[in-house]
Ligand binder design. Structure first.
Ligand code: SF4
Ligand code: SF4
Length: 90
């Protein structure tokens, strides 16, 4: 699974940067096309290894998603890698 911020919804309030126990959300530095500074993600893969999963009895702690007032945080399934034909020329 891949953690994503939906830029069409995010208002840049940065609540997610305050609550994530792993500091995966970081304050962004660049304005997007809508003039909003969307948080950046620092090694988002750490989220699915969250040690809080035992505490909450689920895979993700989900605090960021609960706190986001604009429902801008979600996880998307990543496509499995497809084998490719590779031609090696000598
Ligand atoms: S689910 Fe928890 S650990 Fe994962 S990004 Fe959100 S707040 Fe951070
Ligand atoms: S809490 Fe939601 S709306 Fe606020 S900055 Fe984070 S993703 Fe954007």
């Amino acid at each position: 699974m891949k953690l994503v911020i939906d830029e069409s919804r995010c208002k840049g309030c940065n609540l997610c940067t305050l609550v994530c126990p792993y500091k995966i959300f970081q304050e962004g530095s660049k304005l997007n096309k809508k003039g909003i500074i969307v948080p950046s993600l620092d090694r988002p893969g750490r989220c699915t290894n969250c040690r809080l999963q035992k505490l909450y009895d689920r895979r993700l702690c989900g605090v960021c998603q609960l706190i986001c007032p604009d429902q801008a945080i979600r996880w998307v399934e990543e496509k499995p890698c497809e084998p490719m034909d590779v031609v090696i020329e000598f």
